[in-house]
Ligand binder design. Sequence first.
Ligand SMILES: Nc1ncnc2c1ncn2[C@@H]1O[C@H](COP(=O)(O)OP(=O)(O)OP(=O)(O)O)[C@@H](O)[C@H]1O
Length: 268
Amino acid sequence: MTDPAMTDTPTVVPITDVVLETRGLTKSFRGFTAVRDLDFTVRRGTIHALIGPNGAGKTTVFNLLTKFLAPTSGHILHDGVDITAASPAAIARRGIGRSFQISATFPHLTALENVRVALQRRTPGRFHFWRPESTLAALNDRALALLAEVGLEARAQEPAGTLPYGAKKALEIATTLALDPDVLLLDEPLAGMGREDVARTAALIRRTAQKENGRRTVVMVEHNLGVVADLSDRITVLQRGEILAEGSYADIAADRAVREAYMGTGHA
Ligand SMILES: Nc1ncnc2c1ncn2[C@@H]1O[C@H](COP(=O)(O)OP(=O)(O)OP(=O)(O)O)[C@@H](O)[C@H]1O
C-alpha cells in the first residue's frame, strides 16, 4: 500500500535551495590574505550582490567562483557538488556563466555574428559549415531573439567594436545568455556607464534574472549602491576578505559596522 504521506511528495525535488556555496574559502597572495575563511551562500533564483569598500576582496571572490583563480584552501560547491577543482570550461558546462569581459566579444564580427558564435559554442565540436541551411537559419533566429532580449536588434549588423559602451555591455550579456546559464556572475556590470546606460543595464539585469521556467540566479559585484538596493534580494558586505554583514538592503543600510566601513573609504 502507498504511504499517503508519499503521494504528496513532488516528483522533482530541488537538491537544495542553495545553488552556490563557499566553505572556508581562503586566497592568499604571497602571504597577504585577500579572502579569509569565507562561508558564502547564494540561494537559487535570487539576485545576490557582493559589495564592500575598495580592496575588500570582492573581485578575488568573483575570480575564485569563476575559477579564474585557484583558492589557497577551502571549497566551492555548486548544487551541492564540490567544484573546487573544476576547470572554467567545466563550470560553464554546469550552467555557471560569467559576463562582462569586453574581450569575450570579437570586435570585427557583427553583433549578430558574435551571438551566433556564442550559440555555436554551446555544442562544441558540433558545428560544421556544411550544416543544413535550416539549422543555420534556426541559429540566426535564436541569435536575433537574444539580441532583441537585450535591446540590440536594430544594431544586429554593426561590428561589435564600433558599438557604444552600453551596447557592448548588452552584447556581452546576450553572448552569455546564449549559453543559457542557471547562474550568472556579473563583475561590476555598471562600471564606467553614464546614467542612461546604468538604468538600461539595471533593467536588463532584472529581466535576465527571469527565465522561462523559474528564475536565474544572479551574483554581482557592484559599486553602484542605488542599483544594488534596487535589484538585490540579498547583499553580502565584505571587508578585508571577510563577511562584515549580510541581509536585505534595509538590513545592511542600518548596520553600524557597514556604515563605518563605507565612510572610511569614500564610497557612498
Ligand atoms: N594578484 C594579486 N596579488 C597580490 N595581491 C592581490 C592580488 N589580487 C588582489 N590582491 C589584493 O587583495 C586585496 C583584495 O583585492 P580585490 O581586488 O579582491 O578587492 P575588491 O574588493 O574587488 O576591490 P575594488 O573594489 O577596489 O575592486 C587587495 O588588497 C589587493 O591588493
